[in-house]
Write a protein that binds this ligand. Structure first.
Ligand SMILES: [Zn+2]
Length: 212
């Protein structure tokens, strides 16, 4: 897993905005949904489905709103005055939902994000939750999502180390294919002192499970 994720990190980060591909019009997108409705075997002109293409396209705007945002906009502002605080900052159980890029069906779960601040400063706590959302609201693999969150934190906050764990259920595993309901996929990526010192990984995991 580590090897897969690391090679993803070395690739150029995906562009935050849709380009150079031209975006289809709303009407074209709705027409495409009607084609898929017919593909299911149903009749897009029956009353219950008449407004479905409109609703689906609107839902897609929300599901994939991350393409219109980038990490810089949330992590550009850091707080340098933290009264000497230099220990781990951990935000656990950030709920997220995303869509797998292979089947365009949801995967969802919890993200846990930790870092050791450097002189560069700390980010507002809500910003890290927003960061997870920006990348989750795109077509993803769980591995790439994990790597992109780490990459953005490393790039913007220059922490002494970063640790991210994602725990998720994939609808493409539970509703189709192997149909394994409840199976959870866990990905982790460590950089800096988290990567270099196994004791820091244990501390991260202990704090993650603390109080449960
Ligand atoms: Zn899938």
């Amino acid at each position: 897993m580590d090897a897969v994720v690391k090679s993803l990190l070395e690739r150029p980060q995906p562009r935050p905005h849709i380009s150079p591909l031209a975006r289809p019009t709303r009407e074209e997108a709705e027409a495409a949904v009607r084609v898929l409705l017919r593909w299911t075997g149903d009749d897009p002109s029956r009353e219950g489905l008449r407004d479905t293409p409109k609703r689906v396209v609107k839902a897609y705007e929300e599901f994939f709103s991350g393409y219109q945002q980038d990490a810089t906009s949330v992590l550009a502002r850091v707080f340098e005055e933290v009264h000497g605080y230099d220990d781990m900052v951990l935000i656990r159980e950030i709920p997220f939902s995303s869509h797998c890029e292979h089947h365009m069906v949801p995967f969802f779960g919890m993200a846990h994000v930790a870092y050791y601040p450097s002189e560069a400063g700390v980010a507002g706590l809500s910003k890290l939750a927003r960061l997870v959302d920006i990348f989750a609201k795109r077509l993803q693999t769980q591995e790439a999502l994990t790597a992109q969150i780490v990459g953005a934190i490393d790039g913007h906050l220059r922490p002494r180390g970063c640790a991210v764990m994602l725990e998720a259920q994939h609808m493409c595993m539970s509703m189709r294919g192997v149909r394994k309901h409840g199976a959870e996929t866990v990905t982790t990526l460590f950089t800096g002192i988290f990567r270099d010192d196994p004791a820091e990984q244990i501390r991260f995991l202990t704090m993650l499970r603390g109080g449960k």
